[in-house]
Design a binder for this molecule. Structure first.
Ligand code: SAM
Ligand code: DTB
Ligand code: SF4
Length: 332
């Protein structure tokens, strides 16, 4: 059984409905249909809202690395695990300006800065605002991921001109508890509310390939789509296994399940940018092409994610060339 888009309640202004009341049974019916039917449904919906040959590109930079007090079992930056990562203080503005300039030159439209904090202090926020403004001056959209944010901090960042804030739900509420003990799911939802209420655009997604069940992947998508507003940007990360983290060595996810997750996200979140995020260095060009066909329309671009490798810029340029994909320009 599949849920046809036409049978869903129509929203007032648009041709396709945006739903916030998905049940797990409905999501499973979409996810489990024959692969070709799933990709066809996702691609049809994708074409209602997006140019199928355009992909948005964001470049990441770690502005404060390692020694994070949280215990996320996937993360090389947690102080709880020995991954051999050098800890670094907040970087100098000039380094950020140089990296942003290079990212723009290489064709990125957004620059995303990440810090290994549980929550920034107010002083941290003030310093990061200087970095955001420096990046804006280079003509890029800005995104931050700094951990939890209070209502005031979110407002301050919005007032300073920040465009997006990334905060992931990571997994289903049930599986999350097996992965992180130092921060609750509810705290994540609270941060997302503070971000939304401030008027910042939300970037929120998760990680799959962490040993979760299919029901957890469906549960993550359910949480994301049933938020009061769909996140404008939805990163789907494939776990990057880092030696020293508890999830290193876990059985890898069947790539077809990864593609199914992307396609299901596209169908449930038809107006969001779905980002094919961490884990691309281990994906073939063919698998990435399937992800784009399934409705992914954004990537991280540049040879580093935060601390781990991402495909080289020239490899992504060659991939885009092979597929006839153009990098989306920054909205004006
Ligand atoms: N410390 C902040 C936080 O967790 O909110 C911001 C940075 S944190 C590294 C951003 C996101 O990166 C995490 O929420 C997680 O989804 C993703 N991530 C971290 N380590 C990863 C890994 N090994 N593989 C895939 N995604 C990962
Ligand atoms: C997201 O969902 N993935 C990015 C970004 N948001 C901040 C981070 C991926 C990190 C992968 C592990 C690392 O490089 O440290
Ligand atoms: Fe810290 Fe973020 Fe890594 Fe969790 S994912 S350990 S909060 S840096």
């Amino acid at each position: 059984m599949s849920v046809s888009v036409e049978s869903l309640p129509a929203s007032s202004a648009n041709k396709s409905p945006l739903r916030h009341d998905w049940t797990l049974a409905e999501i499973e019916a979409i996810y489990q249909q024959p692969f070709n039917d799933l990709l066809w449904q996702a691609q049809q919906l994708h074409r209602q809202y997006f140019d199928p040959n355009e992909v948005q590109v964001s470049t990441l930079m770690s502005i404060k690395t390692g020694a994070c007090p949280e215990d996320c079992k996937y993360c090389p930056q947690s102080v709880h695990y020995n991954t051999g990562l050098e800890r670094e203080k907040l970087v100098d503005k000039q380094l950020v300006v140089d990296a942003a300039r290079a990212a723009k030159q290489a064709g990125a439209s957004r620059f995303c800065m990440g810090a290994a904090w549980r929550q920034p202090t107010d002083r941290n926020v003030d310093k990061v605002i200087e970095l955001v403004q420096a990046v804006q001056e280079e003509g890029l959209e800005t995104c931050l991921t700094l951990g939890m944010l209070s209502e005031q901090q979110a407002h301050k960042l919005k007032a300073a001109g920040l465009d997006y804030y990334n905060h992931n739900l990571d997994s289903s509420p049930e599986y999350y508890q097996q992965v992180i003990s130092t921060r609750s799911y509810q705290e994540r939802l609270d941060t997302l509310k503070n971000v939304r209420d401030s008027g910042l655009k939300t970037c929120s997604g998760g990680i799959i390939g962490m040993g979760e069940q299919k029901a957890d992947r469906l549960g993550l998508l359910q949480q994301l789509a049933n938020l009061p507003e769909h996140p404008q940007s939805v990163p789907i990360n494939n776990l990057v296994q880092v030696e020293g983290t508890p999830l290193h060595g876990i059985a890898r996810l069947d790539p077809m399940e990864f593609v199914r997750t992307i396609a299901t996200a596209r169908i449930m979140l038809p107006r969001s940018m779905v980002r094919l995020s961490a884990g691309r260095t281990e994906m073939s060009d063919e698998m990435q092409a399937l992800c784009f066909l399934a409705g992914a329309n954004s990537i991280f671009y540049g040879d580093k994610l935060l601390t781990t490798d991402n495909p080289e810029t020239h490899a992504d340029q060659a991939l885009f060339e092979r597929l006839g994909i153009r990098a989306m320009s920054r909205p004006h």
